[in-house]
Design a binder for this molecule. Structure first.
Ligand SMILES: Cc1cc2nc3c(=O)[nH]c(=O)nc-3n(C[C@H](O)[C@H](O)[C@H](O)COP(=O)(O)OP(=O)(O)OC[C@H]3O[C@@H](n4cnc5c(N)ncnc54)[C@H](O)[C@@H]3O)c2cc1C
Length: 381
């Protein structure tokens, strides 16, 4: 019989970051994953660290995103020191391009919206934009600069976070599939696995990405659903592109500044169930968006294509915190923002487990919102 202070279901960026936080608090932690660790959404992500909302439903997420972005430099430092690995963290900002529609109005709406949300964003005259980023295409009709945005390499980050968690004392358990939760005296007391092995724990943290809803007792609290995103990596032989470039059609994220340069371009947003398949239509769409942003990429070599399943939720907000059963916590449903939100998620879950309080209000993300009940939800400090 294995007994821990906390068992975390899911070894992606969210489970790994929580494990690192808890292990540094000297708690006995195990991370269980049904396959190799970090093979799902966290492996597939682009790595933009952008708290700017991409649609109105994402606006309630902005304070959480801003808080997480502010934690990033220290988070990266702690992870890199503990793991001895690099994460590809880069600051320097992003350029948002508007190519279609009433561009003047769209630009002023964007700037006003982001200012209202406390996010830095300045209109960028096109000649200045092209000086900053000569690769910008002629289709750009307006531009804005978001100086605080950063990027990271999600595969490198997640691998480093898991090594950091292990070096702080967490047990990493690949190949362990959780099939159900274990209850004892109305508390969650651990998990059952497909091999029949039971892991006992004072706290179970559900961080199984879009599969969280497949664990029967978790489903009512976490109705997660997969949202497929297709991606490509390009090798670009010209002058390296410096900034993250984004339009309403897609984005490109530079990895490093050396030539030849690798750029990651994305992404589709598709409801294709749990099917992970890269399609010609999907790749055509993201390449055409990338080539519109920076036409010189038409000459870039395609290095790799892949897709991943984002953990979506019915209201597009994450699912964070305790429920009406002691010993059970959720950290899932991060949809398009799980890389950005990993540091704040780990911090809040760590605070809750260690201190029964959180330094930030997370009520809007309570798993209880899906039950229509909010009893037993304790206050935040
Ligand atoms: C194409 C794409 C681009 C993205 N770009 C960005 C971006 O630029 N910025 C950003 O912030 N976010 C981005 N995201 C979103 C981000 O990747 C996710 O929100 C984040 O990775 C979710 O992390 P996770 O740990 O919750 O889930 P995952 O990484 O999916 O990990 C869940 C883990 O749980 C395991 N698991 C599932 N069921 C069980 C079970 N029963 N028992 C044991 N283990 C189980 C799985 O094997 C998996 O390893 C992107 C996502 C995609 C797909």
């Amino acid at each position: 019989m294995k007994t821990y202070d906390a068992v975390i279901v899911g070894g992606g960026i969210i489970g790994g970051s929580i494990a690192f936080d808890l292990a540094r608090r000297n708690l006995r932690v195990a991370v269980l994953d049904r396959q190799e660790l970090m093979r799902e959404a966290s492996w597939a992500a682009a790595g933009m660290l952008s708290p700017a909302p991409d649609c109105p439903s994402a606006i309630p997420l902005v304070p959480l995103g801003r808080a997480s972005l502010a934690l990033y430099p220290k988070f990266v430092e702690a992870v890199e020191v503990a793991s001895g690995m690099r994460t590809g963290y880069r600051n320097g900002g992003a350029i948002e391009i508007i190519c279609h529609g009433d561009v003047g109005r769209e630009l002023s709406t964007l700037v006003a919206l982001l200012h209202g949300l406390g996010l830095a964003c300045e209109p960028l005259p096109l000649d200045e934009a092209r000086k900053m980023e000569p690769a910008l295409g002629r289709d750009a009709r307006a531009a804005a600069f978001l100086p605080d945005e950063c990027s990271i390499e999600p595969r490198a980050l997640t691998a480093a976070v898991l090594v950091a968690a292990e070096s702080a004392g967490a047990a990493l358990c690949p190949g362990v599939e959780v099939t159900s939760l274990l209850f004892s005296e109305k508390k969650c007391a651990g998990v059952k696995t497909s091999s029949g092995e039971i892991f006992h724990a004072a706290q179970v943290v559900l961080a199984a990405g879009c599969w969280s809803s497949q664990i029967p007792e978790a489903a009512p609290y976490a109705p997660t659903l997969p949202v497929r995103g297709q991606m490509a990596a390009l090798r670009h032989f010209g002058t390296p592109i410096q900034y993250v470039l984004r339009s309403e059609r897609g984005y490109l994220v530079p990895r490093g500044l050396e030539s030849p340069q690798t750029l990651v371009v994305g992404s589709t947003i598709e409801n294709a169930g749990y099917e992970k398949r890269v399609t010609s239509g999907g790749i055509e769409k993201i390449l055409s968006a990338a080539n519109e942003l920076a036409p010189l990429l038409e000459k870039a070599e395609i290095l790799e294509t892949w897709c991943g399943l984002r953990p979506g939720t019915p209201d597009q907000l994450p699912i964070l915190g305790p429920v009406d059963v002691d010993g059970l916590l959720f950290a899932t449903g991060h949809y398009r923002n799980g890389i950005l939100l990993a540091p704040i998620t780990a911090k809040l879950i760590g605070e809750w487990i260690a201190e029964r309080r959180t330094s930030m209000d997370w009520e809007a993300f309570s798993p209880l919102r899906f039950l229509g009940a909010k009893e037993n939800r304790s206050v935040t400090a």
